[in-house]
Ligand binder design. Structure first.
Ligand code: ADP
Ligand code: MG
Length: 230
């Protein structure tokens, strides 16, 4: 049984998320600094020292994950509008996950048929696609196929990012894009898709998710396209 959900969630603009996210980064950093101060006080036995060091490492990793999901782009407050080749950005993202994918026995297939460009901030679009593709790879721990396709119909660009991973049930699909919703415990932030949905919405596009537990997931992105000149 296939499940379809059209996402029309009202989300804050990317700019308005900055405050919440910086809070998410500041918390683990403050904690790490606290433990470093404890270490510097000396007279701590080896066991406690190791314990503190591992907490520091965990906190720093957690801050790093938030940054990975949100801050690939350097300028969250500017509104750059460029004419972007979706295929170029998708290829860059796939190239950066090439090693990780092959280590996880994931085969990557692409079929780029779109002839239009999209308008927006390329770094943000890159971040948006990273977050969706990273989830697809993470859903295929024991291998699978990642299929990335583009196509244009009329003035619209269609992007499909499909995995053969663990899939989701209806309740999970309905919660996608909700801040801090994650099923990955300490390994997740629950911020990745919130960021992706905001970016697509800001570009005037939509995301539609199809998924089946144990079979896989397909993210369908639709963006307004423009003709290439020259
Ligand atoms: P995170 O990856 O940090 O958990 P995200 O916002 O990126 O946060 O994703 C939220 C949740 O959506 C994930 O924890 C997972 O449960 C679910 N999810 C997203 N993409 C997929 C996918 N391709 N396959 C299965 N589950 C997914
Ligand atoms: Mg994620």
């Amino acid at each position: 049984l296939r499940r379809h959900v059209l996402k029309a969630r009202k989300l804050e603009a990317v700019e308005q998320m900055a405050a919440a996210i910086s809070h998410e980064i500041r918390n683990p950093l403050t904690s790490a600094i606290g433990f470093i101060q404890l270490l510097r006080e000396g007279s701590i036995d080896k066991e406690k020292e190791n314990q503190y060091l591992s907490i520091i490492k965990t906190e720093l990793k957690s801050a790093e994950r938030v940054i990975q999901d949100y801050f690939t782009f350097s300028s969250p407050n500017t509104n750059i509008t460029e004419t972007i080749s979706i295929e170029k950005v998708l290829q860059e993202v796939l190239d950066s996950y090439h090693l990780m994918s092959s280590l996880q026995s994931i085969q990557i297939k692409t079929n780029f048929l779109n002839t239009l460009r999209v308008v927006g901030d390329e770094q943000r679009l890159h971040q948006c696609l990273v977050n969706i593709i990273k989830n697809a790879i993470e859903a295929m721990n024991s291998g699978g196929i990642l299929t990335v396709e583009t196509e244009s119909v009329g003035e619209k660009v269609f992007i499909r990012i499909k995995d053969t991973g663990i899939g989701m049930n209806q309740e999970q699909i309905d919660r996608l894009g909700e801040p801090y919703y994650s099923t990955k415990g300490d390994m997740g932030t629950g911020l990745g898709l919130m960021v992706s949905y905001s970016i697509v919405r800001a570009m005037g596009g939509t995301i539609h998710v199809e998924s089946k537990e144990g079979a896989g997931t397909c993210f369908h992105l639709t963006l307004p396209g423009v003709k290439v000149h020259g």
